[in-house]
Design a binder for this molecule. Structure first.
Ligand code: BMA
Length: 309
C-alpha cells in the first residue's frame, strides 16, 4: 500500500471544533510559518459549509483549532455562496507571494468554481466565481505556463452518457479563464473511475512531471464509492498526460471511511511534502479528517513503472 493511514486517525473530528458543527472534512493544506495549516470544510447544523482553520507543528497532532470560522459564505455580497462554500484547495503562488484558494461556491443554480487569495489566512479577498455551474474540484498550478496561470477543474457535461472529467483552463490574471481543454477523461464501463473523476489535491511539481492525485467514483447498486488514482502531466505542457495509474491506490476501508454522512468516501483536498514524505489530508465519509502518508519517491516509481493508458 502506497499511502499508509496514520494510527491516530481520524486526526480531527467534529468534536474538536470549538463550536457546534455537524462535520469537518475535505481540508486544503499548506505550510504556513513552518507549520502545517489546514483550511477545513466545516458543515454547520443547518447543513451549510464554511472554512475553519487548524495549525500543527508536525501535521499529525497538537492541532490548534481556531475558535471561530476563518471564512464564512457571504451570500449578501456574493449570491453564489447562498448554500455555503466547500472543498478548499490551496496553492501558494511564489510570484504573487499569495495563497490562492480554489473552492466550490454552492449557488442556487448549482456548485461553481470560486477563487480567493490570502497572505495571512486571516483576511481573504475574493476573486469570485471564475467558472459557472456545474463545476467543482478546482486547483491551481503554482506557476505560469507561457505567461498564463493554469487551473484544473471538473465541469459536469449536460450530455447524457458523458462522465464528468478533469479539464484545464488558462488565465492571464486569475480572473478571466479560457482555452478550456479536457485533460484527464473519466474511464468507461466497469472501471473504478468511470462514474466521474475530479482533481483531489493541487498539482505537485516533481522531476517526473506534475503529480496529480484524483478521485474517481464508481456507481454501484449500493451507491457511489470514492477512491483515488494518480497521474503525471508534462512539466512544460500540463495539457499532456504522461502517465496514469490503472488501479486505484487508496479507497475506503476503515470504519470512518466506510460509514459517515456519506458512506464509502475518501476525499482529499490537500497535501504537503516534508523531507520526501507526502502527508495527505482527506475527508472520511464526509464526517471527519484523516491523514495518510507515503514516500514521494515511492509514489513516483509506482506511477512511472505502471502501465501508461
Ligand atoms: C463530492 C463533493 C465532496 C464530497 C463528495 C462525497 O461531490 O461534494 O465535497 O466529499 O462528493 O460526498
Amino acid at each position: 500500500m502506497l499511502f499508509k493511514r496514520h494510527e491516530q486517525n481520524p486526526i480531527i473530528k467534529p468534536s474538536d471544533i470549538p463550536y457546534p458543527v455537524n462535520s469537518v472534512f475535505n481540508a486544503g493544506a499548506t505550510f504556513f510559518k513552518e507549520k502545517v495549516l489546514l483550511l477545513m470544510r466545516v458543515e454547520d447544523k443547518r447543513g451549510l459549509s464554511h472554512f475553519g482553520l487548524a495549525i500543527s507543528d508536525n501535521g499529525v497532532d497538537g492541532w490548534e483549532v481556531k475558535e471561530t470560522p476563518v471564512l464564512l459564505p457571504d451570500p449578501v455580497k456574493y449570491p453564489e455562496e447562498e448554500w455555503g462554500i466547500e472543498d478548499p484547495r490551496i496553492t501558494f503562488i511564489p510570484e504573487l507571494e499569495l495563497w490562492v484558494i480554489a473552492y466550490t461556491a454552492y449557488s442556487r443554480r448549482g456548485p461553481l468554481v470560486s477563487l480567493a487569495t490570502t497572505s495571512d489566512f486571516r483576511e481573504f479577498s475574493r476573486i469570485r466565481c471564475v467558472l459557472p455551474p456545474e463545476n467543482k474540484n478546482a486547483a491551481l498550478f503554482p506557476e505560469r505556463f507561457q505567461g498564463r496561470f493554469a487551473m484544473l477543474h471538473r465541469p459536469v457535461p449536460a450530455m447524457t452518457g458523458a462522465s464528468a472529467s478533469i479539464w484545464i483552463s488558462f488565465s492571464p490574471d486569475l480572473k478571466h479563464w479560457g482555452d478550456h481543454q479536457l485533460v484527464i477523461p473519466a474511464r468507461e464501463g466497469g472501471w473504478w473511475d468511470a462514474g466521474r473523476i475530479g482533481c483531489a489535491t493541487p498539482p505537485l511539481k516533481t522531476h517526473e512531471g506534475w503529480l496529480i492525485l484524483y478521485h474517481g467514483v464508481k456507481n454501484t447498486a449500493s451507491g457511489p464509492i470514492y477512491r483515488l488514482g494518480l497521474a503525471l502531466l508534462d512539466l512544460s505542457n500540463p495539457t499532456r498526460v504522461v502517465k496514469r495509474s490503472e488501479e486505484w491506490i487508496f479507497g475506503p476501508e476503515e470504519s470512518y471511511e466506510i460509514s459517515g454522512d456519506v458512506d464509502k468516501v475518501v476525499f482529499p483536498c490537500g497535501w504537503v511534502v516534508q523531507g520526501g514524505d507526502i502527508k495527505l489530508y482527506y475527508g472520511g465519509g464526509d464526517k471527519c479528517l484523516a491523514l495518510a502518508q507515503a514516500s514521494l519517491p515511492d509514489v513516483l516509481s509506482y506511477l512511472t513503472e505502471s502501465r501508461k493508458c
